[in-house]
Design a protein around this ligand. Structure first.
Ligand code: NAP
Length: 477
């Protein structure tokens, strides 16, 4: 394929990526957006395979087969609740791929000599070295940072933030070392010095990825995953410059910016800055019991499935607030069943979705869509909160931090200022959870102590099945 045709195909692919991404922003266009982006990727892949620079297909076919087998196995075996660690791992491999592209390009120097390498390369020599440096550095940070994030999320390592004396100083020194090595690599023309500089920033980048993720803890991990996703895009973009592949540059930029936008959205939803998430070690200290002004005192009041049914049967306005516990118990299908029964009973049912409920952005939307809950029933936090005092019942299904009134009332609480769904303003609140476990932030939830709250203990799916069977037995009898 001629370079002109190749670039034309890449432009078409890039346009499809951009429009596909735009369409992903709305539920009713998301499917088509996904399809459009996939067609773009197909065009990019086919055009690249037809490129005259491909001299042998053997390893490409081997990669395709091995990758497909691993991909199918992951798609079938990885549980929905393990998606965040899966995404972390995929980001890491994206970073590693970019690192290897940079390394392979640099490897030509050793194979053919510096002069031949410079003569072969189209770009200016300094620019070429700079993008190799960036691909290896960002790819390395992404790889080890993502591996560490994976280990934390999979609970192979402690999920708590790890802080030690001089941590920021050490990271700062490594960043300075990296910049110095990068500068030497970019400006120097001696292959031996270049090899030393390359080794230095390769190793420092790999260590830095690990130490940067160390002080970030539990509840902040989804933000880190989005940031690492963004970094993997930037690394791919740098790799695109290394091998002068336009579509890789564009796709890398799109991933880089969308990951960054997502991180910012999540930080806003938690009322935190990116700097605070990355460097404060949030949650490193054991959380104190709620004690500040506005803290609620009271006791937990259990309720049975039969009594929950009695409350729900009389309700006309019901809001369901799902959280991470719904994902754990895979209760989305029985939730939809309950919502249908409530509607058949004359109630209006809404689902209130907090932007950071669950363990990844859109987690609740994905689960409820899987259970065929109509999009029109999903209401965002800002739209449901003004309606909350008019709700007869709020059913909180395995949500904790995102409905903790301490965030709004208790100035001593570490999550003070985080926007929440005001479940406590409903006339009656029924909270489904297994026991006295805290939310992901490790904090006690003052909602559970309020006079209008009742606790329906047990696995969310089993508890909901209990309520649903009460409805069924009334309908049958
Ligand atoms: P959460 O605070 O993690 O609480 C989950 C609750 O579910 C727990 O109280 C747990 O209590 C209960 N639970 C667990 N398994 C259950 C089961 N099988 N049946 C019934 N209940 C079960 O959840 P959340 O309210 O969704 O909050 C999300 C957290 O993640 C927030 O802290 C948020 O800041 C953080 N975060 C999320 C994102 C994101 O993108 N989604 C991003 C950044 C941060 P028991 O153990 O007693 O059952």
């Amino acid at each position: 394929m001629s370079p002109q045709l190749l670039n034309l195909a890449y432009i078409v692919a890039a346009i499809l990526f951009v429009f596909g991404l735009k369409m992903l922003g709305r539920q009713h266009t998301a499917r088509r957006g996904n399809l459009l982006s996939s067609v773009g990727m197909l065009i990019a892949v086919v055009a690249t395979l037809l490129d005259r620079n491909v001299i042998d297909f053997t390893w490409i076919v081997v990669g395709l087969v091995v990758g497909s087998v691993i991909g199918v196995a992951c798609a079938r075996l990885v549980k929905m609740t393990s998606m965040p660690e899966m995404v972390a791992l995929l980001n890491g491999f994206g970073g590693l791929a970019s690192l290897l592209v940079g390394w392979a390009e640099f490897g030509k120097i050793n194979a053919f000599g510096w002069e031949r390498y410079l003569a072969d390369f189209a770009g200016t020599p300094g620019f070429t070295s700079a993008v190799i440096f960036l691909a290896v550095l960002i790819g390395g940070i992404t790889f080890t940072g993502s591996l560490y994030a994976f280990c934390k999320l999979a609970e192979w390592l402690s999920g708590r933030p790890i802080l030690f004396r001089g941590q920021h100083l050490l990271n700062g020194a490594m960043v300075l070392g990296l910049l110095a090595a990068g500068l030497v690599f970019t400006l120097n023309r001696d292959p031996q010095v270049a090899t030393l500089a390359f080794g230095a920033f390769l190793i420092l980048g790999l260590i830095l990825g690990w130490t940067l993720v160390m002080p970030i803890g539990g509840g902040d991990m989804p933000v880190v995953i989005a940031m690492l996703n963004s970094l993997s895009g930037l690394a791919a973009c740098a790799a695109g410059f290394v091998i002068t592949n336009n579509v890789l540059i564009v796709a890398g930029c799109l991933v880089g910016t969308s990951g960054m936008i997502l991180s910012i959205i999540m930080c806003k939803a938690m009322n935190r800055s990116i700097g605070n998430v990355l460097f404060s070690g949030f949650g490193a200290a054991a959380p104190a019991a709620a004690s500040g002004e506005g803290a609620i005192q009271g006791e937990l009041k259990p309720i049975s499935a039969e009594d929950s049914f009695a409350v729900l049967e009389a309700a006309r306005q019901v809001v369901i607030i799902p959280g991470y516990g719904m994902a754990v118990s895979q209760a989305q299908h029985v939730v939809r069943e309950l919502a249908e029964m409530l509607e058949n009973n004359g109630a209006e049912v809404r689902f209130a979705i907090h932007p950071v409920a669950g363990r990844m952005p859109g987690h609740m939307n994905v689960l409820l869509a899987e259970a065929n809950v109509p999009y029109e029933q999903l209401v965002e936090m800002d739209s449901i909160n003004p309606l909350m005092p008019t709700m007869d019942v709020a059913i909180v299904i395995g949500a904790n931090d995102v409905v903790n009134p301490a965030a709004a009332r208790d100035k001593a609480s570490p999550i003070y200022g985080m926007p929440i769904i005001n479940a406590h303003e409903a006339r009656t609140v029924i909270c489904l959870k297994r026991g006295k476990g805290t939310g992901f932030s490790g904090l006690e939830n003052q909602l559970f102590l309020m006079p209008n709250t009742r606790m329906l203990y047990g696995d969310a799916k089993a508890s909901l099945q209990g309520v649903v069977s009460e409805f069924k037995s009334i309908a049958a009898g």
